[in-house]
Design a protein around this ligand. Sequence first.
Ligand code: ZN
Length: 433
Amino acid sequence: MAQQYAQHLLDFIDTSPSPWHAVDSIEKAIQIFGFIQLDESSKWQLQAGGRYYVVRDDSSIVLFVIGNGIPAESGFRIVGAHTDSPGFRIRPNGATVSEGMARLGVEIYGGPILATFTDRDLSLAGRISFLDADKRLSHRLICFDKPLLRLPNLAIHMNRGVNEEGLKLHKQNELPLLFAQLASEQLPKPYFLELLAQIADIDATQILSWDLAVYDTQKGAFWGANQEFYADSQIDNLASCHAALQALLDKTVLESACRTLVCAFFDHEEIGSESHIGAGGSFLADILQRIDMATATEREDHARALAQSFLVSADMAHAYQPNFPAAYDADHRVCVNKGPVIKSNANRRYSSESVSIARFIQWCEEAGVPYQRYSHRSDLPCGSTIGPIASAKLGIRSVDVGCPMWAMHSVRESAGVLDHDYMIRVLKRFFSD
Ligand code: ZN
């Protein structure tokens, strides 16, 4: 079963090369479960037991199942995660040429390990905005399902110190990605626009703008003597989105929900969450308020619902890598395939506190799932998640958890097969409680 869930996860990641595609994959996955899409600009009429979802700007999505009890009496059970991963985004006028080599200028999105993007079979995926035949503004997801781009390394003969000093890439000058060899009469910008037009099946003159992410075309794979590990891009944090979704779509969870269950998957976590679709924006707060407006009878019901709610912020954790023991606090080494990690940080980089941690431990024990405790080294800056942001915004108690993984923010991350299954099981328990 664990291997099947992990394979399902790899398939989900491989069909989700960008945050826009991740939301599209989620919409496709929930179709057979009878979820109804709600438009934020329309009036809502919600039914007890109803299944709904809202997409904001194509890359953030909130799904919810209205429980049998009204939220004012039983609160919301929310799992939050993020749809974006660090990497590169294409600049608006990015196409240039040098000695016939066409390149695409990129901006760095979030905090990727830049060196891991060299010598990979990269490509482009994202969203394109254009005028359709009736001159209406339209948007379409595009993906070049083949290697299109590359960042070739410098040969060691020209970079003799690379193994001693590490691969350092100048962020402005050394990251443009090679994408074509042009004849002297070909100009890079129209050439690139034509590529986009072809893949979007429109005319180049119709294109107005785009959001394009660079992705690695290599599919996910299992590895290890017993295939107990898996590798793919974007494990941080599509693995948590996938685990939460699998838990929500469980037959028993869906059909016997008492509380209102919510999955909130946000874009823009890797760049601080401050946007109208990020965890720091109004998206989730707006949705919860509207659920209450549609189901409440008293004005104070919304506050009562929030006061009884709980947020599990699910994001990946740093697994112990035995080659680098000094990178970890010796008493908080967490290992792959040993269970979900509960993250603590005294400076609230994680939202967990003793009560929320205790609740999560109870859910792990009730689900028969092992758990681990993580605390970052004091002499290294600690990362963060949507947990503290969403929890503060909503006034809801929260715990930060995640599966242990290696090489966070590499273009090729890896993690343990068993942990994914454990996470799904404990989130099912959380939703059923
Ligand atoms: Zn993350």
